[in-house]
Design a protein around this ligand. Structure first.
Ligand code: ADP
Ligand code: 5GP
Length: 207
């Protein structure tokens, strides 16, 4: 059986990453979900083990110290982390896992999941990024300025990713993302069992 693909997508906020993730999940509905742990309080309507595993800070820190997170970060004063064991077991059982994650989280996954495929999505240019942030209508001017500044720091990290996709038209960007995913599925690291099986079978055949 094939190992699952860990596909890691990063992009400056407003580039179109959520849109592209949705398109990929629609075409390939069997992507697994990684449920993160967090120390932030549960919101109304949330359920422990569905949106997140809600942990106390000492429990989170214990897990962090014992290396149980594939990556972790502090966001708006709360800790968030991706538990490593469920991700590994999904990948081992052939389930593909999609990570929609920031550059710092992705850099940690590079260490904990070295066979993952890292894709950085770029806006065509900064004027278009601003236009998309404005058109989404979720941020005020201060927040847009902050996101544009953060975008530059993130784009400076794009060099170590496996692929860079420019989200000019959604159609082109999605065709490229799809191609990267399909190519990743063909990599030897994800097909070791198939190689082993055919070699084992060949040995029996010659015996
Ligand atoms: P992100 O998840 O990267 O923050 P979104 O997927 O929310 O970004 O997209 C930001 C906005 O840009 C949304 O209004 C979305 O519909 C729009 N958008 C995404 N991709 C494109 C594209 N290729 N061309 C024009 N608008 C786009
Ligand atoms: P919220 O608390 O609103 O659900 O999420 C706040 C932020 O935390 C979002 O930007 C989200 O992407 C980030 N986040 C959620 N889970 C994780 C995680 O497992 N790791 C990292 N690095 N960030 C996360």
């Amino acid at each position: 059986m094939r190992q699952g693909i860990a596909l890691v997508l990063s992009a400056p906020s407003g580039t179109g990453k959520s849109t592209l993730c949705r398109m990929l999940r629609r075409e390939f509905p069997d992507f697994g979900y990684s449920i993160s742990c967090t120390t932030r309080p549960m919101r109304a309507g949330e359920e422990n083990g569905r949106e997140y595993f809600f942990l106390s800070r000492p429990d989170f820190e214990r897990m962090r110290e014992t290396g149980e997170f594939a990556e972790w970060a502090q966001v708006h004063g709360h800790l968030y982390g991706t538990p490593l064991a469920p991700v590994k077991s999904m990948l081992e059982s052939g389930v593909n896992v999609l990570f929609d994650i920031d550059v710092q989280g992705a850099a940690q996954l590079k260490t904990t999941l070295p066979d993952a495929t890292f894709v950085f999505i770029l806006p065509p240019d900064m004027r278009e990024l601003r236009r998309r942030l404005e058109s989404r209508g979720m941020d005020d001017e201060t927040s847009i300025q902050l996101r544009l500044q953060n975008a530059l720091a993130e784009i400076r990290e794009a060099f170590w990713y496996n692929s860079i996709i420019v989200n000019d038209t959604l159609e082109n960007a999605y065709a490229e993302l799809r191609a990267v995913f399909i190519a990743a599925r063909l990599a030897p690291a994800h097909n070791m069992k198939i190689l082993e099986n055919i070699l084992e079978d060949a040995e029996k055949f010659h015996a």
